[in-house]
Design a protein around this ligand. Structure first.
Ligand code: EPU
Length: 435
């Protein structure tokens, strides 16, 4: 197990280059197995979630060749519809293989998705969509089994807006017979990216990025060469890290349009944001102000930026309120921020944040991916040394996070946690309790 050791107080400065979008890549890698022909994917992030998905499709018979760190060639020569890679149970994106395999082979046997523990995360909308396309779906022993004699187009109305269900049902429908109309879809940039990728393979999808997607089923898909969009959340995380440390950072390889909800909040609290074609510059000379933030589906403020925003606002000049409307369990990191001197009270699904002048270093533990990034930001700001445990969560979605931060002047190192010492400490505690 690894940890970050951060000596805070250094404003970030310089340039950082953003990698491809993890949540688009999950859908795109799954979609790549919908043809035997070679698919070349560029700008693929080298992060844990993606590498586990690549291992899983390789185990199922696909040929996966990484031609460089961010390019992979996949041949979807599958010999099974059973995905039983242990790590797949620990990630969310595993469920995209359900749509991809069902669509192509009319059969999929995939572990129930895991992923960050940020709420209950049911998948009944995915199942509703697959059933409407003609599949039978059963869940037993932690696995989802979906089968169909054939798939046919359908008219599906989601009861709620779901990124995962939108992508999954799109995957299931591209090879179905006839037309599928999906209403109340999510509109996130990665949905558009997965649709564009499928279209580059010969699919016929229209309307991705709006709340109605129309898909005309095609007979088969073919090979493609595709470059994934930049990661909106990685970019947003560096924007907020720059703002929190009162730094001046140019964030390159971004699509500024995808960052508008984040930029607008930064500008509202007095931070300079400049946009150009494929970069944003965040320049913060003063403490942030205060505001109200409510997480919403795109184009609203992303839930995946909520912990980073709460951390930034903990340094504000007044009282802010952050309301989480997507996941019910996404404030678990707040206790850790309190250890660092933040003044935050969670009431229901809102955090009431009374801004403080500064934070102080502490040993803290990250409960999930985005919370981990937020705690690192807190460590970069804090006076003294912060130890962030749970680096493995952060590495699920951020490539070379500490290396990129060091490139901006941060004093951050990754080290092994001395587990022996921890065991001894636990044993000592147990003996004391027994006494
Ligand atoms: N929901 C249901 N039933 C469903 C599907 C969703 O009740 O069948 C609920 C969820 O419980 C949640 C809301 O609908 O309350 C939205 O969930 P959604 O399906 O949109 O989320 P997801 O597909 O599970 C993806 C990202 C998350 C990101 C959310 C929201 C992936 C692999 N995960 O999750 O990313 O927070 O969309 O934008 O794409 C992350 O990257 O750190 C991360 C958690």
């Amino acid at each position: 197990m690894e940890q970050y050791i951060i000596r805070g107080g250094q404003p970030l400065a310089g340039e950082v280059v953003i990698n491809g979008a993890k949540n688009a890549a999950l859908g795109i890698v799954a979609a790549a197995v919908m043809t035997d022909e070679p698919v070349i994917i560029e700008n693929l992030p080298d992060v844990w979630d993606i590498n586990v998905l690549l291992d899983a499709i390789e185990d199922a018979g696909a040929v996966v060749e990484r031609t460089d760190r961010h390019t992979v060639c996949i041949k979807g020569t599958l010999n099974t519809c059973l995905i039983d890679n242990e790590n797949m149970r620990r990630m969310r994106g595993s469920y995209y293989l359900l749509g991809a395999l069902l669509g192509r082979k009319k059969q999929a046997y995939v572990p129930l998705p895991g992923g960050c523990n940020i709420g209950s995360r049911p998948i009944e909308q995915h199942i509703k969509g697959f059933s409407a396309l003609g599949a039978q779906v059963e869940i037993s022993h932690g696995m989802i089994n979906a089968t169909a004699e054939s798939l046919h187009g359908s008219h599906i109305y989601f009861d709620l807006v779901s990124v995962g269900a939108t992508i999954n049902v799109m995957l299931g429908a591209v090879l179905a017979e006839g037309q599928t109309i999906i209403e109340n879809c999510a509109r996130e940039p990665h949905i558009v990216d997965v649709a564009n990728f499928l279209n580059s393979m010969g699919a016929n999808i229209k309307g991705a990025g709006t709340d109605v997607i129309r898909i005309k089923g095609v007979e088969s898909l073919h090979g493609s060469n595709y470059s994934i969009i930049p990661d909106q959340i990685e970019a947003g995380t560096f924007m907020l890290a720059a703002a929190a440390t009162r730094g001046d950072v140019v964030i390159k390889n971004v699509i500024p349009k995808h960052l508008e909800a984040i930029s607008a909040k930064l500008i509202e609290i007095g931070i300079d944001v400049e946009e150009e074609d494929d970069m944003v510059r965040v320049n913060a000379q003063n403490r942030p102000g205060y505001t109200q933030v409510k997480t919403q589906a795109y184009p609203g403020f992303p839930t995946d930026m909520q912990p980073q925003m709460t951390t930034l606002l903990s340094l504000g000049t007044g009282t802010s309120i952050v309301t989480e409307t997507i996941f019910e369990n996404r404030f678990k990191y707040v206790d850790e921020l309190r250890k660092m001197g933040a003044d935050i009270k969670v009431e229901g699904n809102s955090a009431v944040i009374r801004g403080v002048e500064g934070l102080t270093g502490a040993t803290i533990s990250t409960p999930d991916l985005r919370a981990g990034a937020a705690l690192v930001i807190a460590g970069l700001v804090a006076e003294g040394t912060t130890v962030v445990e749970g680096v493995e969560y952060i590495e699920r979605g951020y490539e070379q996070f500490e290396v990129k931060l060091r490139g901006l002047g941060a004093r951050i190192e990754k080290t092994q946690i001395n587990t022996e010492r921890k065991v001894v400490k636990k044993k000592k505690q147990a003996t004391t309790k027994a006494k």
